[in-house]
Write a protein that binds this ligand. Sequence first.
Ligand SMILES: *Cc1c(COP(=O)(O)O)cnc(C)c1O
Length: 226
Amino acid sequence: MATITERVKEIKDDIEKHSIYPEKVKLVAVTKYPIVDKPKLEELMTNGIFDFGENRVQVLEAKRELLEEKKNDINWNFIGNLQKNKVKYIIDYVHMIHSINRMSLAEEVDKRARGAGKIVDVLIEINLSGEESKEGYNEQEFYKELPKLMKLENIKIKGLMTMAPNVDDEEKIRASFRKLKEIKDDLNEKYFKGTLSELSMGMSHDYKIALEEGATIIRVGSKLYS
Ligand SMILES: *Cc1c(COP(=O)(O)O)cnc(C)c1O
């Protein structure tokens, strides 16, 4: 078993080796697992990791409390399916919501952000795998709703997020990451004037492929703790 320190170094080396633009890449440490206790959170910070990812509001809040006075040093990234009635709990401090996957959620985040007097950075989650079990817009549905999404003034769309299909076939995984980048480039040209900068894609088992295909944010959990 490797330490977190060794794993962080390994992942940073992989970013240098595999990314097409290593200077743009951020590692979000996914902390959602019960094994991630206070010492592990502190070891991440000791290694210069201040971007944490959580997929459930209650767990996020519990982790945040564990850090006490250091909780505001962390960029909390919300990466899971977000229930509308939970948005209000995280709106004041959340750094980025990676998983805007339906209009009603976008509207709720926008409304709560306005109430909090802020503009929240978000990513739109796209489901390119076709797997029913995965959240996210399908491509056509997303293009259809985009004009409405772009009218929401208190969310700032910074890019796209996806989860690769659950398959062993590396080419299928690569194709879905490549497709996400193509959509981002198309959106930049047609609607966003180059302001979409982020591609959140790649997890423990597939982040190297994602880096080769242009990820700017990789979300790595289990590899850090094994
Ligand atoms: C759990 C999770 C991750 C991290 O997965 P690992 O396989 O543990 O690296 C990344 N993204 C999302 C949305 C997750 O839910």
